[in-house]
Design a protein around this ligand. Structure first.
Ligand SMILES: Cc1ncc(C[n+]2csc(CCOP(=O)(O)OP(=O)(O)O)c2C)c(N)n1
Ligand SMILES: [Mg+2]
Length: 889
């Protein structure tokens, strides 16, 4: 109804009758029946063709009414004391770290606002993994970790010394600034501090849990994924970007808890509106079960007396900027500016002191409300749940930051602030000791210590906890990939086709086939993988509810509840989140899944680089395949598709091992060894391998090449015994190695230059190993120096070294310090563009002619050929020496 029509109610008596009816239903039969009737009325009107715009928000009230609340089964008084000490210790840890030096940083205000949200989970809901329960998976908010360490300290899992080592990790044993499994592998499971990644990963984690269940790997029972999110964090597109999937997949094993403290780092999240209402609308619209926990129990009697509805109206009309100010400025201010707006409301609180008004608590700080919300969330079926809990940022910090815009960064508390914190939470620390901000632990035989131990024992043990190891797998021998180790003869295939065959072999493998998870973001046909649809099936929670259009074809689009392929749609970030869930399933579920995520290499690391970094932190194990890779190999697709730098990006992740193979046998060797390292040896590395769509013949695997392939460099073809003077060492990777081979033939035939040809499947691995040798030598000046693989290969070889790849020059440049000879690098710097491969390789100066000309120039620089010979070649090859520089074109 428009405002105008609303005001022109032309039949107030009829309106009154309708309202009286609903009031009577509310009174006699309760809100659920009232809801049902209203829905019926609205449906009837819609059926009759009336256009009723959808309203996704409800009143600014708690979703669960006091009568519907499930009560806390434990001892709320005990919970309060434990939580108070937890708050204190979390705060003290940050304050003390910053007394060592203010360099260390840390956050007090975030946990201060979320203590009850964590406490309630730890005391009553979250199962640790064990014999009878697979464990709930909790995504802790990054900035709340001081409180989580403090609780672990109170449970005896961490010592006082540990707390004193917050953010001091270099000498070993210090506590990580945020959740980092790389640094605390027995404690943290999920890195969340890059905001937005936690919620995205949690959604796909919950989905993958169902996948594992439906495919028979686990019995998920009532396991849940809980994800804690800041209200400011919801501005990250990743946070809300996949909430639709959670509904579609009916992820009732997923619970989001959004801590709506109304503030982010700089100030209010929505000063001019209400973040809780906005989020409610978004989650409702996406089909989630939304539970708002706005008001604490102390408001209940006031709301019960609000017969005129004026209090609810006032709650509705205030914006978050005001709500924040009420808490920052205290009871008298709230009386005047909140209640004071309407005389009736002022009267409503006339009997309350300013102190009482200030104590009117927010839902997220009320354990009863939080418990009721959690209990409802875990019971809810068929939908994911989001809990929108209203809290106060910096709760308990008083003058030092409570509700203030500066609070996020506040890490220091003076003596007065410490005292008022102590008094507010009844912390048993004397005036004499207070300035030290000492930690407090309940004595072992105290009721509190026993209670904490009992609660966690009942829930299977301590949390957070990460399991490090799953059973090793029996990896197929290299012989299993025999077809790839042999020449393709006349047949021309791409490395992508070779990869698809390797994947098929793995899926059929008796020991490991069932663990393989092919993941594709709507590119299967691009990579020639559509055969897998029918053969392995596409995972779909509901199976296939329709007869596919291509059902009469051999490779039809088959969806299946037990399907193996994860078809993620056009969604690299989501697919990557799935891959992360799968690649860490060895830890989260004790099942060593082997994910192969095949993406367009251009839309890989540069698109989802932050997730790739988090995967490293999480000790992910699995394969990422960069399809249609190489700046000049993808040809027609142009600037935004042609990848010439994904290897550089992959190289920035310390435990990502990357390769750019040319031939099928190289690929087979790399994949087989990756399986060995990750699933037999259980090394925490993951693989990035580029595969191409150019078809060509593949030779037999040269003898003894395996070791060199894995190290990143091996002699592919040695020139016959030519005069030493006119000899070069040519190097290449990926499709450009074939141009290198062609250049060698040209040099031999037209210029009498002999070339030893080196295949370099990984400049990244060569550079890493070389850097390690150089480092060791630098630090051990008196010992026999280590010799890098590059040096070992090239030692004693004559002539300059020329390297060419389909990637930017810095890729092959990385080994310069290791090359004993003169070294010249060609690469594809600059923006790509559409054209044929031949033209692109000429444009980017990586074709056989440019390689041969570069080789001659390098020989000329050494005096082995005259400069005129180079000029002659440039001319003969039809190279325009003054052509535009591709790097700047
Ligand atoms: C991707 C990313 N951008 C920026 C930051 C820096 N940052 C850390 S906390 C924070 C504010 C968090 O506000 P909110 O999500 O509301 O959490 P609260 O501390 O209020 O619970 C910001 C901007 C980050 N950690 N990650
Ligand atoms: Mg916030």
């Amino acid at each position: 109804m428009t405002r105008e029509k609303e005001q022109n109610d032309n039949d107030p008596i009829e309106t009154r009758e309708w309202l009286d009816s609903i009031n009577s239903v509310l009174e006699t039969q309760g809100p659920e029946r009232a809801h049902f009737l209203i829905e019926q009325v609205i449906s009837r009107a819609r059926e009759a063709g009336v256009n009723l715009p959808y309203k996704a928000t409800t009143a600014y009230l708690n979703t669960i009414t006091p009568e519907q609340e499930e009560r806390i089964p434990g001892d709320p008084g005990m919970d309060w004391r434990i939580r108070a000490i937890n708050r204190w210790n979390g705060m003290a840890m940050v304050v003390r770290a910053n007394r060592i030096t203010s360099e260390l940083g840390g956050h007090i205000a975030s946990f201060a606002s979320s203590a009850t949200l964590y406490d309630t989970g730890l005391n009553y809901f979250w199962h640790a993994p064990g014999a009878t329960h697979g464990g709930d998976l909790i995504y802790f908010q990054g900035h709340a970790v001081p409180g989580i360490y403090a609780r672990a300290f109170m449970e005896g899992r961490l010592s006082e010394d540990d707390l004193l080592m917050f953010r001091q990790e270099v000498d070993g044993g210090g506590l990580s600034s945020y959740p980092h499994p790389w640094l605390m592998p027995d404690f943290w499971q999920f890195p969340t501090v890059s905001m937005g990644l936690g919620p995205l990963k949690a959604i796909y984690q919950a989905r993958f849990m169902k996948y594992l269940h439906n495919r028979g790997h686990i019995d998920m029972g009532d396991r849940k994924v809980w994800c804690f999110i800041g209200d400011g964090e919801t501005d990250e597109p990743e946070t809300l970007g996949a909430i639709g999937l959670a509904t579609r997949e009916k992820l009732d094993n997923l619970i989001f808890v959004i801590n709506c403290n109304l503030q982010r780092l700089d100030g209010p999240v929505r000063g001019n509106a209400k973040i809780i209402q906005e989020l409610e609308g978004e989650f409702h619209g996406a089909g989630w079960n939304v539970i708002k926990v706005i008001w604490g129990s102390l408001w209940d009697p006031l709301l019960a007396r609000d017969t005129s509805g004026l209090l609810k109206k006032r709650m509705e009309e205030c914006v978050d900027g005001e709500y924040q100010a009420f808490k920052a400025k205290g009871g008298a201010y709230t009386r005047e500016h909140f209640f004071g707006k309407y005389p009736e409301l002022k009267t409503l609180v006339a009997g309350m002191s300013d102190e009482d008004i200030w104590r009117l608590n927010r839902g997220g700080h009320d354990p009863h409300k939080v418990y009721a919300a959690y209990a409802a969330a875990v019971r809810h079926k068929g939908q994911p749940t989001v809990i929108l809990a209203k809290t106060i940022k910096g709760y308990g910090m008083g003058e030092a930051g409570e509700g203030q815009n500066i609070t996020h960064q506040q890490k220091k508390m003076g003596e007065d602030a410490l005292k008022s914190f102590r008094d507010r939470f009844d912390i048993p620390i004397s005036d004499e000791e207070i300035s030290e901000a000492p930690f407090y632990r309940f004595p072992d035989d105290s009721p509190e210590a026993k209670y904490m131990a009992e609660r966690r024992a009942a829930l299977g043990g301590p949390l957070p906890a990460r399991i490090s190891e799953a059973t090793p797998l029996e990896i197929p021998d290299l012989k299993a990939f025999d077809a790839q180790l042999k020449s393709t003869g006349e047949r021309e295939v791409s490395t992508t086709m070779a990869f698809v065959r390797i994947l098929n072999t793995l899926c059929r493998d008796k020991a490991i086939g069932k663990y393989v998870v092919p993941i594709v973001p709507d590119e299967s046909r691009t990579f020639g993988m559509e055969g897998m649809f029918r053969q392995l099936g596409i995972y779909a929670t509901e199976g296939q509810l329709y007869r596919p259009e291509d059902a009469d074809q051999l490779m039809y689009y088959r969806e299946d509840k037990k399907g193996q392929v994860l078809q993620e749609g056009i969604n690299e970030a989501g697919a990557m989140a799935s891959w992360i869930a799968a690649s860490t399933a060895y830890s989260s579920h004790g099942v060593p899944m082997i994910p192969f995520f095949i993406l367009y290499s251009m839309f890989g690391f540069q698109r989802v680089g932050d997730l790739a970094w988090a995967a490293g932190d999480m000790r992910a194990r699995g394969f990422i395949l960069g399809g249609t890779a190489g700046r000049t190999t993808l040809a027609g697709e142009g600037l935004q598709h042609q990848d010439g730098h994904s290897h550089i990006l992959a190289g920035t992740v310390p435990n990502c091992v990357s390769y750019d193979p040319t031939f099928a046998y190289e690929l087979a060797v790399i994949v087989q060894d990756g399986l060995r390292r990750m699933y037999a040896e259980r090394e925490s590395v993951y693989y990035y391998i580029t595969i191409m769509n150019e078809n060509y013949g593949h030779p037999d695997m040269p003898e003894d090449a395996r070791d060199g392939i894995l190290k990143g460099l091996y002699l592919f073809r040695e020139a016959g015994g030519r005069a030493k003077k006119k000899r070069v060492q040519l190097m290449g990777s990926g499709t450009i190695l074939r141009e290198v081979i062609a250049a060698a033939d040209l040099l031999e035939a037209d210029f009498g230059v002999a070339s030893d040809i080196w295949s370099a499947p990984s400049f990244n691995e060569l550079a890493r190993e070389g850097q390690d040798c150089l480092r060791w030598n630098r630090l051990h000046p008196e010992e026999k120096p280590k010799v890098s693989h590059v040096e070992q290969c090239l030692a004693g070889r004559s002539g300059p070294v020329i390297a060419a790849t389909d990637y930017i020059k810095s890729y092959a440049e990385q080994i310069r310090a290791l090359v004993p000879q003169a070294y010249l690098v060609l690469g594809t710097d600059g923006f790509g563009r559409s054209d044929t491969r031949k033209k692109l390789r000429k444009f980017f100066e990586v074709d056989r002619h440019f390689i041969a000309a570069a080789a001659l120039k390098a020989l000329a620089d050494e005096g082995a050929v005259p400069a005129s010979e180079v000029a002659k070649a440039i001319n003969a090859f039809g190279i325009d020496a003054d052509k535009p520089n591709p790097r700047r074109s």
